[in-house]
Design a protein around this ligand. Structure first.
Ligand code: DGL
Length: 270
């Protein structure tokens, strides 16, 4: 059997469900000639209400599935899994580039003028030490409000993206923050599911608010790491995506493929 050169092996991208597709899309934009395996832990979604111990176990299992498939690098396309288990995973597999994603609080706060920033994420992400440290670091440069929005993960998994139910869920959440004059300068999408409901979020907070997510930054970091380790593929044709999920459901893979197409159709970046 012909052995595949390490640089031609796929990149593994993993999330609890469909959210990680918002990161996969950025990776494909930046690294179109790479092959990808997208693995959704559909049997255990949502992650956002789980304990750190559970998240560590699930993240390790998902990463090991990808490692067995021969991936050359992993992108944990899930804020929740990154904050709970990213470091432990890196320590366990020091030979492998493992990139994570975290709420893009920094660019939102540093956008200037002591902004009012709403960080939307899962309960598990907002509870973590990693997030507390991030808040500590930027708390003097803006008014930062943290909003757990687990319901949005469920909406996205059900394919419900911009309905009145979604908008009203967001409206209630924002109302609960009691922000003076309802003036919001920036929203951080601290969960990879949330770019799918971006237009519903914008319709509630207003178009003037800047929206930030960490997908581009994570994709750039992956490119930088692969380049540094001379692992970028030299293939000349466009890469492929292999869809997998822990339920082993072909219907879920089809749904994931459809979500990627939808995301590509609704943004300017291809
Ligand atoms: N997409 C995930 C994140 O970025 C987790 C969503 C969930 O399973 O609760 O946090």
């Amino acid at each position: 059997m012909k052995t595949i050169q390490k640089k031609d092996r796929p990149i593994g991208v993993f999330d609890s469900g469909l959210g990680g597709i918002s990161v996969l899309k950025e990776l494909m934009y930046l690294l179109p000639r790479e092959n990808y395996i997208f693995y959704a832990d559909a049997a255990h979604t949502p992650y956002g209400e789980r304990s750190i111990e559970e998240l560590e176990a699930l993240t390790t299992r998902a990463a090991e599935t990808l490692i067995q498939e021969g991936v050359k690098a992993i992108l944990i396309a899930c804020n929740t899994a990154t904050s709970a288990a990213g470091q432990a995973l890196r320590e366990k597999h020091p030979e492998l580039p493992i990139i994570g994603i975290e709420p893009a609080v920094k660019p939102a706060v540093l956008s200037g003028g002591h902004p009012t920033v709403v960080v939307m994420a899962t309960h598990a992400t907002l509870r973590q030490e990693k997030y507390r440290k991030l808040l500590e670091k930027y708390k003097n440069q803006g008014n930062i409000y943290s909003l757990p929005a687990p319901g949005l993960v469920t909406f996205v998994e059900q394919g419900e993206l911009d309905t009145e139910a979604v908008r009203s869920y967001i409206r209630e959440g924002i109302k609960g923050l009691s922000i003076p004059d309802n003036k919001i300068d920036a929203v951080v999408l601290g969960c990879t599911h949330f770019p799918f409901v971006r237009s519903a979020i914008e319709s509630v907070v207003g178009k003037e608010a800047n929206v930030y997510d960490g997908a581009q930054g994570a994709a750039q970091e992956m490119k930088r790491r692969l380049k540094a380790q001379e692992l970028l593929s030299e293939r000349t044709e466009t890469g492929t995506i292999l869809w997998q999920n822990s339920k082993g459901e072909e219907a879920y893979n089809k749904k994931a493929e459809g979500m990627l197409a939808l995301l590509k159709a609704h943004t300017l970046r291809e």
